[in-house]
Write a protein of this length. Structure first.
Length: 349
């Protein structure tokens, strides 16, 4: 069994389609050649060069190798890991069919393989940092094999995706190369790597009710006066927030914080809306460390003018945006430093 990283578009825009249709697609626009009919890698270089004549040679060869891996190297029985762009989770599936080319399919969906998704929305925090680092490769498809990743993920699956007892995940830099079928190395998404590292630190410092305390600090840094009821049955209220020194201004916000690492359903949002009415809040903020199921995501637009949803990444982004305004004690618990780096596109040019 080989393990492959598979991305569902540059921004995860095809994630729902991949999951619903139980297929993965090599979603290059304008690629109208049957890749299964090509004889060797040189033939891939020529097809990709002819299809994208304005692309730089290095980019053409990189993309051609990915097409070669998808159509020639990937096999039925292999596993694919697809990081979600919408939740801090990873979907895993097993390839169940050969490469297929459909010339009549819509653009970007001519090249596909059938997949059985046997595990969806597995929290990223359950994976060791070095595996997450490998899954951060800036490629659409590549084989993940560094540090025996294939066997370790199989062990996790056998243990119902529990955090491995022998886990050696640390807050280190996760350095190392991502091996793409022993042919290339590629830059990784260092922003996502940093988010994963910060996530582990937050989990270590702010478990359970502590997460609501962190959200309280972020809202106070944004200028709100915040009331936090004592721990216990919260009746749907973890925090109440409003502008002004006494908290008598508007908007009045009712906040619920869920620290579970799994995505939550629409029913949780529905209960928050009911609680908002009970406490006469203008708006609601639902913070779910594990993100949101599709049922909740579908309500996002319907409740846009009343409710905001924060997953793990949203919480961290708000933390970073207001980090300088947090009190000294909290910053000592979360020691962070801002750095600047060039974007991946410039690094590759």
């Amino acid at each position: 069994m080989s393990l492959w990283l598979m991305r569902s578009g540059s921004s995860g825009e095809y994630e729902s389609r991949f999951l619903t249709e139980k297929r993965i697609y090599f979603s290059w626009s304008g690629l109208l050649t049957d890749l299964g009919a090509l004889s060797d890698l040189d033939a891939f270089y020529k097809v990709f060069g002819d299809t994208y004549p304005d692309a730089k040679k290095g980019k053409v060869q990189n993309n051609a190798r990915q097409g070669f891996q998808f159509s020639q190297k990937m096999q039925p029985g292999d596993w694919v890991a697809m990081p979600s762009k919408f939740n801090p989770t990873i979907h895993l599936g097993k390839v169940t069919g050969p490469y297929q080319f459909d010339a009549k399919a819509e653009d970007r969906f001519q090249h596909s393989r059938a997949v059985e998704w046997f595990a969806q929305d597995i929290p990223r925090d359950r994976f060791d940092q070095d595996i997450l680092y490998s899954l951060g490769a800036f490629l659409t498809v590549c084989r993940i094999q560094r540090n025996n990743a294939e066997e370790r993920i199989k062990e996790m699956a056998a243990a119902d995706w529990k955090v491995p007892a022998h886990s050696k995940a640390t807050l280190g830099n996760g350095s190392g190369d991502v091996v793409a079928d022993d042919e290339t190395t590629t830059p990784v998404d260092i922003e996502q790597t940093a988010m994963d590292q910060i996530s582990r630190l937050i989990l270590a410092k702010f478990k359970g009710h502590g997460l609501a305390t962190l959200v309280k600090a972020i809202l106070e840094a944004q200028g709100y006066t915040v009331h936090q009821p004592p721990p216990g049955p919260d009746k749907g209220v973890d925090l109440l927030a409003a502008p002004g020194p006494l908290g008598f201004g508007h908007p009045r916000i009712c906040v619920q914080v869920k620290s579970t690492d799994s995505p939550i359903e629409q029913e949780v949002m529905d209960r928050l809306v009911g609680t908002m009415n009970n406490v006469r809040a203008d708006h609601g903020l639902l913070v779910s460390w594990g993100g949101f199921k599709q049922s909740a995501e579908k309500e996002r637009s319907i409740q846009f003018f009343r409710v905001r949803l924060w997953n793990r990444n949203d919480l961290i982004q708000n933390l970073l945006a207001h980090y300088d305004k947090l009190d000294d004690d909290l910053r000592s618990e979360l020691p962070l430093k801002r750095i600047w780096t060039i974007t991946s596109s410039e690094a590759e040019s």
